[in-house]
Design a protein around this ligand. Structure first.
Ligand SMILES: Cc1ncc(COP(=O)(O)O)c(C=O)c1O
Length: 366
């Protein structure tokens, strides 16, 4: 059993992906080839955003977004502590200070009730994370940010394809960032990512930052990075778009089925809640299990692959303890001790899913 079955996906998309790769090998434009623009147009069509800038990874998307906004040393950027480290890493890399807030215990997304209290005159951006594939309360985040004139960057690395009140993740705020890491809902065969925006000036800044701050060939008007996404990786994503809508529908079907089958878990275990006005694309199907280590060991014995996203909140990581006081974010800390992700991918069949569900119930017995 696979945790994420990329081989099955490739088998289904082999012709489309191979043809796309072959086309790149034939034309040989490995950097900024025609597939880059083609993918950006396709992703704009998907999200409804005016501009898409493909970049080298989800991490680069976040870093470049902060750079485009002019974030610098001494600034503060508010984000959540229960996320992949990259969200906070890019803030610290620019010499700014990540200011953490806690999560809602049921959705594991940003607890907006804490946001206003963390805003200071140094706050220059807010990064809500759409964890596990579901957007947080973006309207509420945007409204508070607008009151203070602060831009919002959605970290949609896990939520590309998700809907929020009839709109698409990554097109909900000033900037939206996603990742095409192979295991993501829309992945390539290496590293890749994208930034979305409806602001033409930010889009232009991002295009320049992507190529070392160049506004014309060898003319560097700003400090940038080498942040391009390879043409070959763009070709892979284009190939995968062929059945992406089907994959999203499958993910939602499988995620909903997991939720139904696991609705009465014993021992205080529970699933992540999805709010009725949005969908989750289930980048991870995560359960919250008080006695996690025992359950992990039993699932392992039963041959069920698992993962923990994430075993520590960011402010509990040695490199980030300086940014918060232990105990400040009790929900993040408790989630980090209890979360456990089950196999999840678009090709997961009912029989395999039933086996996983059965094994989880068995693992939760005393
Ligand atoms: C929430 C979140 N943010 C950022 C990233 C970084 O993306 P990448 O691995 O493409 O750099 C990830 C990927 O794991 C993520 O899950």
């Amino acid at each position: 059993m696979q945790f994420i079955d990329l081989k099955k996906q490739y088998a289904a998309l082999q012709n489309s992906i191979n043809n796309r790769i072959q086309t790149v090998l034939n034309h040989g434009q490995y950097i900024m080839g025609p597939e880059v623009k083609e993918l950006e147009a396709a992703l704009c069509a998907h999200t409804g955003a005016e501009h898409c800038i493909t970049v080298a990874s989800g991490t680069e998307a976040l870093l470049m977004s902060l750079m485009a906004l002019g974030i610098q040393a001494g600034d503060e950027v508010i984000t959540t502590s229960f996320t992949f480290v990259a969200t906070a890493e890019v803030i610290a890399l620019l010499g700014a200070r990540p200011v953490f807030i806690d999560e809602e215990p049921d959705t594991c997304n940003i607890d907006v009730s804490q946001l206003e209290g963390k805003i200071t005159e140094r706050t220059k951006a807010i990064i809500p994370v759409s964890l596990y594939g579901q957007c947080g309360d973006m309207d509420e985040v945007n409204a508070i940010a607008a009151l203070h004139g602060i831009p919002v960057i959605e970290d949609g690395a896990q939520s590309f394809g998700a809907m929020y009140k009839g709109r698409k993740s990554c097109n909900l705020s000033t900037l939206g960032c996603t990742s095409f890491f192979p295991s993501k809902p829309l992945g390539c065969y290496g590293d890749g990512g994208a930034v979305f925006t409806n602001d033409g000036n930010l889009a232009q800044a991002l295009r320049e930052i992507r190529v070392h701050g160049q506004s014309a060939r060898y003319y560097h008007t700003r400090v940038g990075v080498g942040g391009r996404m390879d043409t070959l990786q763009c070709a892979v994503v284009l190939g995968k778009l062929e059945r992406f809508e089907w994959e999203i529908a499958q993910r939602i079907h499988i995620g909903t089925r997991y939720q139904e089958l696991l609705s009465n878990l014993p021992q205080g275990a529970r699933t992540v809640v999805v709010r009725p006005d949005r969908t989750s694309v289930w980048a991870q199907f995560t359960v919250i299990v008080p006695d996690r280590e025992k359950v992990l060991a039993r699932l392992n014995e039963a041959g069920i692959p698992t993962a923990v996203h994430y075993p520590r909140a960011i402010h509990q990581q040695p490199a980030y303890t300086q940014y918060a006081v232990a105990g400040d974010m009790p929900v993040s800390e408790s989630l980090a001790q209890q979360v456990l992700s089950l196999p999840m991918h678009a090709d997961l069949d009912h029989e395999t899913q039933d086996r996983i569900v059965h094994s989880l119930f068995a693992a939760l017995k005393n």
